[in-house]
Design a protein. Structure first.
Length: 340
C-alpha cells in the first residue's frame, strides 16, 4: 500500500441529553489515491446507546470526510453531510455549522472536515470553547486532529507524530495514530480501568466505494469497567486484514517515469523481490484505475519493466496505480498523470 501524505482528523464529541463525549478520533484523506478514512476511541459504553463504534464519522468516497462531535446532535451531522454533498470547502462547512447550530450553541461542539480539491488536501476544525478539557485540535494540509476529556495535550501530539511518521498507506497511518493514543487514561475517564477507552474504530473508503459502505470498517466495543484495551483489539483485527509486513512494503521498490507523461509511462522494478516467474496465482500484479475508480489495466509483474501507453488506459489525465501481492493485498499505490 502507498506511503502517502494524507489528511488526518482527530475529533471528540459529547452527546446531548443522556449521551456522553467522544474523546479522540482521527479522519484522513489521501489526495493521491482518493482514499478517505476515520478512526477514533472513547471511554463510552456504546451498549447503552445501540450505536456502532464508527458512527461519528462520515466518509465520502474520493472526496472527503467529516466527524461531528461534542454534545453530539444527529441533525448537526446531517447538516454537515448536506454541506459536503453541496461541494463546500472544509472551512466553509465549519463556518456554516457554527452559524447554524441546531441549538444555537456551537461552543459545545467539535467538528473536523477534510476534502480533496483539485488533487490537493484541505482541512478545517472547530473546537468549541465550552467543550470539556483537556481539549484541542491539530490540523495540516491533509489532516485535522481534535480531542477533549484528554489526559493531556500530549495525546494529540503523539497521535499527530505517529500518523505523520508511519510507513504504509492511509489505513496504516490511521492505525499508527490510534496507537499514539494507546495509553491508560488517554480518555481521562478510563484511567481507573487502566485502558485508553471503551471502544475504538477505524474505517477507510476507496474512491469506488458506495457512500455508507466503506471497504474497510473495523470496530471494537467493550462495556464499562473493562480491563481490555480496545486499541490493542483493533490492532489485532487490523493485522488480520493487513498481514503484509513493513519489510514487504519497503521491498516494493518501483521507479515510474516520465510522470507526468504524455503518451506513456514506464514502471521499473529496481532491487525488488516482487518480480515473479509467471507461475499461475503466484505473482504480484499491477492494476491501474481511472479517476472514477474503474480498473482499466491489470498485468502480472513478471518482468523488471512494464511500459504503459495512454492508448491502453483511455484518454484520461489522472490514474491511480496499485501493486498487489499474491494474496491480493495492496502493498504500494500512487498517482499517474498524463499531460495532453
Amino acid at each position: 500500500m502507498k506511503r502517502s501524505v494524507i489528511t488526518v482528523l482527530l475529533l471528540c464529541f459529547l452527546f446531548d441529553i443522556g449521551f456522553t463525549q467522544d474523546t479522540f478520533s482521527i479522519v484522513a484523506i489521501d489526495p493521491e489515491t482518493g482514499e478517505v478514512g476515520s478512526a477514533g476511541a472513547s471511554c463510552v459504553d456504546l451498549s447503552n446507546f445501540n450505536l456502532p463504534p464508527g458512527f461519528l464519522g462520515e466518509l465520502f468516497p474520493g472526496e472527503g470526510a467529516i466527524n461531528t462531535q461534542a454534545y453530539y446532535i444527529e441533525q448537526n451531522q446531517a447538516n454537515a453531510r448536506v454541506r459536503m454533498q453541496s461541494g463546500d470547502s472544509p472551512s466553509e462547512i465549519i463556518q456554516w455549522l457554527v452559524a447554524n447550530d441546531v441549538q444555537n450553541n456551537p461552543s459545545l461542539r467539535q467538528y473536523g472536515v477534510v476534502r480533496i480539491i483539485d488533487g490537493e488536501g484541505f482541512s478545517a476544525a472547530h473546537t468549541g470553547s465550552n467543550t470539556d478539557p483537556v481539549k484541542g485540535d491539530r490540523t495540516g494540509d491533509t489532516y485535522s486532529i481534535q480531542g477533549n476529556i484528554l489526559l493531556g495535550p500530549e495525546i494529540l501530539d503523539d497521535m499527530e507524530d505517529a500518523f505523520q511518521n508511519a510507513e504504509g498507506d492511509l489505513a496504516h497511518k490511521l492505525m499508527a495514530a490510534m496507537q499514539g493514543a494507546n495509553v491508560p487514561g488517554a480518555d481521562s475517564r478510563c484511567l481507573g480501568n487502566g485502558t485508553s477507552s471503551l471502544f475504538a474504530f477505524l474505517k477507510v473508503a476507496q474512491p469506488s466505494d458506495i457512500f455508507g459502505q466503506p471497504s474497510l470498517d473495523l470496530g471494537v466495543s467493550y462495556g464499562s469497567n473493562t480491563t481490555l484495551e480496545p486499541i490493542d483489539s483493533l490492532q489485532s483485527l487490523f493485522n488480520q486484514v493487513f498481514p503484509v509486513s513493513l519489510e514487504e512494503l519497503n521491498s516494493t521498490s518501483v521507479q515510474i517515469y516520465p510522470n507526468p507523461g504524455r503518451d506513456h509511462v514506464v514502471f521499473e522494478f529496481v532491487g525488488s523481490t516482487i518480480v515473479g516467474t509467471g507461475s499461475a496465482n503466484n505473482n504480484y500484479q499491477l492494476g491501474v484505475y481511472d479517476s472514477a475508480g474503474r480498473q482499466v489495466y491489470r498485468q502480472d509483474i513478471t518482468e523488471n519493466q512494464i511500459v504503459l501507453t495512454l492508448d491502453q488506459l483511455g484518454d484520461g489525465t489522472l490514474y491511480i496505480y496499485k501493486i498487489q501481492n499474491p494474496d491480493g493485498l495492496v502493498v504500494k499505490s500512487g498517482k499517474l498523470i498524463f499531460q495532453k
